[in-house]
Design a binder for this molecule. Structure first.
Ligand SMILES: Nc1ncnc2c1ncn2[C@@H]1O[C@H](COP(=O)(O)OP(=O)(O)O)[C@@H](O)[C@H]1O
Ligand SMILES: N[C@@H](CCOP(=O)(O)O)C(=O)O
Length: 291
């Protein structure tokens, strides 16, 4: 196997998973991006990070993008002799906006782009991303863009992708909550009543997000995860609840603590010290940037 020298740049969107009732299934790609450039070196590993996570992520082979690149190269049969990575990050870490999914998808997409010949096909790339992330919802949206419905057939990750044109505002707290911690707050079992309530709302949500926005408030009701996680993100839970009480469809984004609202013009609801972005749905997903 041989490699092209590069440099190659990949742009990957943020994503909001769950969207209320679609726990571990629904994902929405958002117009906030990380750009990662990679080139092959004769030896060594050089990593430069600007923006989000620049003072926190490791700059060695444990860097998440490098781990994803190596996992893809290993499936393809060979790693390059050396690598240089340059990351320009806009997706905040540990906020429920899919930064880890974006890093994994960027790494796999870069590895494919650096191979001189056939890389992993779409299904294999998605499976690897879902395996590395541990759940398929964010990686589906980051990889394919739009609104994604992901599920598992046994161990095999599957995805159906739809276009969506909803407008979104995200409210991002200054403090992170790791996805691992937020998943640890979930109960082992839930009641049949809660499960069936979520199934109905998740089905409705797919309709609401594809041309029936008047259904969004009802369709974003959740009973499976948000309330269990409230203790780790009480300000977020309160903001979501107050927006919903005012008729604005709002959810905890991913595992939190970001709050996502399907509306614009909400600057007056921004808590002090939080950041706000008004975003669109990204319809492209991760892609090589052609310069
Ligand atoms: N661009 C990146 N480069 C390297 N590591 C990253 C990147 N994005 C995320 N990570 C890793 O993933 C962690 C955040 O993942 P997670 O807790 O799942 O939160 P999020 O909701 O942002 O995905 C970071 O602390 C970091 O270790
Ligand atoms: N379904 C997952 C989604 C996690 O998304 P992230 O953006 O917080 O990584 C969950 O709710 O745990």
């Amino acid at each position: 196997m041989s490699f092209i020298a590069g440099p190659v740049t990949v742009r990957t969107p943020a994503s909001s998973a769950n969207l209320g009732p679609g726990f571990d299934a629904l994902g929405l790609a958002l117009s906030l991006y990380d750009d990662v450039t990679a080139e092959v070196l004769s030896s060594g590993l050089e990593i430069d990070v600007v923006g989000e996570g620049s003072d926190g992520v490791p700059k060695d082979e444990t860097h998440l993008i490098v781990r994803a690149m190596y996992a893809a190269f290993d499936l393809l049969g060979e790693r390059p002799s050396g690598l240089r990575l340059s990351c320009i990050n806009a997706i905040p870490h540990g906020r429920g906006l899919g930064s880890s999914a974006a890093a994994i998808v960027a790494g796999i997409t870069l590895a494919n782009a650096l191979v001189d010949g056939d890389g992993l096909d779409g299904a294999a790339a998605f499976q690897l991303a879902a395996d590395l992330e541990g759940h398929p919802d964010n990686v589906a949206a980051a990889m394919f863009g739009g609104l994604t419905i992901a599920w598992l057939e046994g161990e095999a990750a599957q995805v159906e992708r739809l276009d969506s044109a909803v407008e979104v505002t995200v409210f991002i707290p200054s403090e992170a909550v790791s996805t691992e911690k937020a998943r640890g707050l979930l109960p082992e079992t839930v009641s049949h009543a809660d499960a069936s309530a979520n199934a109905g709302r998740a089905a409705l949500l797919v309709r609401a997000l594809t041309g029936a926005p008047h259904l969004l408030l009802a369709a974003t009701e959740d009973r499976l995860h948000q309330s269990y996680r409230a203790s780790a993100m009480s300000d977020s839970y309160d903001l979501m609840s107050s927006l919903r009480a005012d008729g604005i469809a709002a959810t905890i984004s991913g595992a939190g603590p970001t709050v996502l609202a399907f509306a614009r013009g909400l600057g007056d609801r921004l808590p002090e010290g939080w950041a706000l972005h008004e975003l669109d749905v990204d319809l492209e997903g991760a892609h090589v940037v052609v310069t």
